[in-house]
Design a protein around this ligand. Structure first.
Ligand SMILES: Cc1cc2nc3c(=O)[nH]c(=O)nc-3n(C[C@H](O)[C@H](O)[C@H](O)COP(=O)(O)O)c2cc1C
Length: 174
């Protein structure tokens, strides 16, 4: 019996996740006469892999432009969104976006680490990552990266659950 894709998506949507923006520096590239700046992409297929060394994974669609950027640049940021950053998540999931409009449309602003990696201002946490390996898996690629630095801030996460953005709820009472 072949699995219904809609049912598969629905089942995966029951697994509540946070939301991240993957950020890659493209400032050395000039597109249409202007420096390309920061490329971002919304991703929730993100997980911890190993503590020693500290490794994480992200799964990226082989059709996504981010796929080629991660292979080419190797160093990138994973920014965990806070609950007030929904517009940024929506923006970086749009196929018709232009990276140069991210600030004016969604309020996304970036800082640079000492390695020059762009990281999103106001995120709940960021991880600065260096690509270690890439494994194709169906229509996606699993990128495994070593975490070189992290910054964690106060606040609450943006949650994605059953196709909707949410805030974290109450503690579960025993
Ligand atoms: C909440 C949410 C989570 C997403 N997670 C992923 C993901 O983990 N991997 C992926 O390849 N695309 C994911 N997407 C879709 C990409 O953000 C979207 O296809 C984006 O336009 C790709 O951009 P790019 O072509 O510039 O790389 C997600 C979208 C949303 C709204």
């Amino acid at each position: 019996m072949s699995l219904n894709p809609a049912e598969f998506r629905k089942a995966m949507g029951c697994f509540a996740t946070g939301v991240t923006i993957l950020t890659v520096d493209l400032d050395d590239e000039v597109h249409g006469g202007v420096h390309a700046g920061v490329h971002g992409m919304t991703a929730n297929a993100f997980a911890s892999v190993s503590l020693d060394p500290p490794l994480v994974l992200v799964c990226v669609d082989r059709q996504a432009s981010t796929h080629a950027h991660l292979h080419a640049k190797k160093r990138f940021g994973i920014n965990v969104l806070s609950e007030d950053q929904r517009a940024i998540s929506e923006y970086y999931a749009r196929a018709d976006r232009r990276d140069t409009d991210a600030e004016s449309v969604a309020g996304a602003r970036f800082d640079r680490t000492r390695h020059g990696t762009p990281v999103l201002r106001g995120s709940l946490a960021y991880l600065e990552c260096q690509l270690r390996s890439a494994e194709d898996a169906g229509d996606h690629t699993i990128f495994i990266a070593e975490v070189e630095d992290v910054v964690v801030r106060e606040g609450n996460p943006l949650v994605f659950y059953r196709g909707q953005y949410r805030k974290v709820g109450e503690d579960v009472v025993k």
